[in-house]
Design a protein around this ligand. Structure first.
Ligand SMILES: [Zn+2]
Length: 211
């Protein structure tokens, strides 16, 4: 049975405020129809964000990053979301995929944000049948924010027993799924080639240095 995460972020414009080191994002709701955004794409995009400007572009696509806990009593779009917190979540997501922090939902429950477990919205039957002639179906889980979407992808990945590793090329350091038992160091062939070139270049500069 397949699990499909449904993420339809509300149309919002993200604003970036504050001086360097103290950047803050706020949102404003805009008119427009919410469209489906692929949560796995959101997760990859989230991991690639390096600057506050890139984060604003990301938030323009994904809308509100998270909901604040009801106890805080103010919506996040009003109180704002700090760039430093954005970075902290990037780190948490990375560690969670690598399995170096505890259960992600338990870790998230200790933050100031509300991360609900995805709600099942429908079970759809596909026309196709499996090898035993049974109808194939999948379950749809609905999430409301980018953080919930990312958390759901990690939860499903972990339930499915998919292991992840970090690419050993420092310039990349992407998290990738381990597809086979064959030990790999890099996320892709392209990265392996680049790493090889970089290593040779480094060796050459060492010999040229004559030490
Ligand atoms: Zn890589």
């Amino acid at each position: 049975m397949d699990v499909v995460i449904v993420f339809k972020p509300r149309k919002m414009t993200a604003h970036l405020w504050g001086e360097p080191g103290k950047e803050l994002f706020t949102w404003r709701l805009v008119k427009g129809t919410a469209v489906d955004v692929d949560p796995y794409w959101v997760r990859d995009y989230f991991a690639r964000v390096r600057t506050p400007t890139e984060a604003r572009e990301f938030l323009n696509v994904t809308g509100l990053f998270a909901k604040t806990k009801k106890t805080i009593n103010l919506p996040l779009e009003q109180i704002g979301f700090q760039w430093a917190t954005f970075r902290a979540f990037q780190d948490l997501v990375k560690k969670s995929r690598l399995g170096t922090v505890g259960h992600l939902y338990e870790v998230l429950a200790r933050t100031e944000f509300e991360v609900s477990l995805p709600k099942p919205i429908c079970v759809e039957k596909e026309i196709s049948t499996d090898e035993f002639g049974r109808p194939e179906f999948f379950v749809c889980l609905e999430v409301e924010t980018a953080l919930e979407a990312i958390a759901a992808t990690i939860f499903i990945e972990q339930q499915a027993g998919i292991a992840c590793r970090q690419c050993e090329r420092p310039a990349c350091s992407r998290i990738y799924r381990v597809a086979s038992k064959h030990k790999r160091q890099y996320c892709s062939h392209a990265c392996a080639r680049k790493a090889n070139k970089e290593m040779k270049r480094e060796e050459r500069s060492k010999t040229m240095g004559g030490k």
